[in-house]
Design a protein around this ligand. Structure first.
Ligand SMILES: [Zn+2]
Ligand SMILES: [Zn+2]
Length: 201
């Protein structure tokens, strides 16, 4: 269950070494992010019981999210958008930079509807970029009848069981600025971790 097979850009060579838990390295194989706390094991074949080295690569939480449309709180974590010209990894990188800019300035996530004139000048470009991506949810709904990751996941599952196509036709996930682990939204902490490292450099 995934939107990733058709939507990832070129996958770079795996970097980093496997640690004791079998999780690979410190950087995401898909978007290249190298930051502590962000990496999770990504099962390339989709089979989470296959922990062989070749099947498990390091992935940041956002890139891993795209493989799990069945996550319990996916509707709060992401929205479907139609963006055939952008790889999922690029969308994740843009969304993360936008979220980072907001958190740096002490703004809450997820980003809501903000009156343009009340947005700090430094955040306007980030806000505009995010809103453009968000507006592509309208296209997803128009063309595919849904902007719900869960509904797409269910449709893909049915299609796979019926032996049908898995083509998601340019559908991507837009991370909204939340990531739940053990029932808790850890995304703000992950971003703050990046900010602390930046300021220590
Ligand atoms: Zn990533
Ligand atoms: Zn997984």
């Amino acid at each position: 269950m995934s939107v990733h097979p058709s939507s990832w850009g070129r996958v770079s060579e795996a970097h980093g070494e496997r640690d004791a838990e079998g999780v690979v390295g410190s950087s995401c194989r898909f978007c290249g992010l190298d930051a502590p706390g962000w990496q999770e094991p990504f099962h390339a074949s989709g089979d989470h019981n296959d922990d062989q080295p070749g099947n498990v690569v390091s992935s940041c939480v956002l890139c891993h999210l795209s493989q799990h449309l069945d996550r319990p709180r996916i509707e709060e974590e992401a929205r479907l958008i139609h963006a055939p010209g952008l790889s999922q990894a690029v969308i994740n990188a843009i969304a993360r930079e936008v979220h980072l800019a907001f958190v740096r300035r002490g703004k809450p996530l997820p980003i809501g509807e903000l009156p343009w004139l009340e947005i700090e000048r430094e955040l306007r470009a980030s806000y505009a970029a995010f809103k453009v991506l968000e507006s592509l949810a309208g296209t997803a709904r128009h063309r595919f009848g849904t902007m719900s990751p869960r509904e797409l996941g269910a449709a893909l599952l049915l299609s796979r069981r019926a032996g049908g196509a898995q083509d998601t036709g340019g559908l991507r996930l837009l991370p909204l600025g939340r990531y739940f682990r053990g029932g808790r939204d850890i995304y703000p902490d992950l971003l703050r971790g990046m900010i602390e490292i930046d300021s220590a450099r």
